[in-house]
Design a protein around this ligand. Structure first.
Ligand SMILES: Nc1ncnc2c1ncn2[C@@H]1O[C@H](COP(=O)(O)OS(=O)(=O)O)[C@@H](OP(=O)(O)O)[C@H]1O
Ligand SMILES: [Mg+2]
Ligand SMILES: [Mg+2]
Ligand SMILES: [Mg+2]
Length: 344
């Protein structure tokens, strides 16, 4: 959160689309983002090991230490170590730990497990919605626990998500807002989904929307057009289901969080052909939604299969909604795909 704030205050965003303005700005932005996601992975990995020292530890995480072990990566490693240690100082009187650069490398590279169908594996996306982070928009830190291939626990931190509902009438994102932001969702299998503010309010139980009429439903999709087909989801929502509201485009698994508390009723993810979704992009989000009473399936109507290692199956379309809307949504998705494949 600190890094994103500094980036946004550095005034190198263009006013219109909030992207960096010059080539040098791009450098600053991508370096800061790299520092943030590696620090995040180091911190979560370190704290998990510290807290779970009696259990065998397996972590499937998105990032690795890459060039940090090389001579050219020393400056970056130094900055990341500082960022990690600054973050682990909770208060002046309480520091979780102080890590050396070697500890940081070790913590980052503890995330190399491949997951799978046996045993327990933690699954981490240290910054999900990297492009949203860079733009100053939504991003999430997503952690899940797999047990015998099934997600049994999920935690989703969404530092920029307003605590109040985000509807389709939300203001243009570049307008300043006084809304309180920063939500943490957590779900444990069989126990429901809870949300509290990042500064630690009491958790409240959340539930997905109970809308039955698809015309009244609003739907989420990726902000980035490269990650999902906006055209196809618009055809499904507007033409097949009669959805009236415009899509809510936000980055990251914040979509699952927002849907779990009923901000919108549908999330469609329609990746381009051949793309294989990563488990860390969906594990935490999916249990947050299912424990809030929602359903997360592929196009065949089956739950997502997290038991096959780092990836979901190739070409997995992801369909998220409540139980009442799922049959008509599945039908609409199947029909639209069929029409796209064989135009009349
Ligand atoms: N081509 C393509 N298709 C589908 N998905 C892709 C693709 N490329 C990347 N990714 C993954 O999308 C993750 C970001 O999630 P979202 O699409 O929900 O957010 S965003 O709109 O992109 O900001 C993003 O997660 P992060 O890398 O953690 O940001 C990627 O893992
Ligand atoms: Mg991700
Ligand atoms: Mg990521
Ligand atoms: Mg990534």
């Amino acid at each position: 959160m600190k890094v994103q704030k500094v980036l946004l205050q550095s005034d190198v965003h263009s006013k219109s689309d909030k992207t960096p303005v010059t080539v040098a700005d791009y450098g600053l932005f991508s370096n800061s983002t790299l520092h943030t996601l590696l620090s995040s992975q180091a911190i979560v990995s370190f704290v998990l090991v510290k807290e779970l020292s009696t259990e065998p530890f397996s972590l499937v995480a998105e990032e690795d230490s890459g060039d940090l072990r090389m001579e050219s990566g020393q400056e970056t490693l130094h900055r990341i170590t500082k960022l990690v240690n600054d973050t682990l100082v909770i208060e002046e009187s309480y520091t979780v730990a102080t890590l050396s650069s070697e500890d940081v490398l070790y913590a980052i590279d503890s995330g190399k497990s491949e997951g799978g169908s046996s045993g327990r594996h933690w699954v981490l996306d240290p910054i999900d919605g990297t492009k949203g982070f860079l733009r100053g928009d939504q991003y999430a830190i997503a952690l899940a626990l797999l047990d015998e291939g099934r997600v049994v626990l999920g935690v989703l931190a969404c530092p920029n998500l307003p605590l109040a509902s985000i509807g389709t009438n939300n203001k243009h994102s570049s307008e300043p807002s006084n809304e309180k932001v920063g939500c943490l969702f957590f779900a444990k299998v069989g126990e429901g989904t809870f949300m509290h503010s990042l500064d630690g309010s009491s958790p409240i139980k959340v539930h997905v929307s109970d809308i039955e009429n698809p015309e009244e439903a609003s739907f989420f999709e990726s902000f980035e057009a490269a990650h999902t087909s906006h055209d196809l989801s618009s055809a499904i929502a507007k033409v097949k289901l009669g959805v009236k509201a415009p899509p809510i485009r936000i980055d990251s698994q914040a979509k699952y969080g927002a849907l779990s508390r009923g901000d919108g009723a549908i999330y469609l993810r329609l990746p381009r052909k051949g793309y294989r979704e990563k488990i860390w992009d969906h594990a935490a989000g999916s249990i947050v939604v299912t424990e809030a009473g929602g359903v997360v399936t592929d196009v065949a109507g089956n739950p997502l299969d997290f038991s096959k290692g780092e990836h979901l199956d190739r070409d997995t379309i992801i369909i998220v909604t409540n139980r009442k809307l799922m049959p008509s949504l599945l039908k609409a998705v199947r029909e639209s795909i069929q029409e796209k494949v064989s135009p009349m």
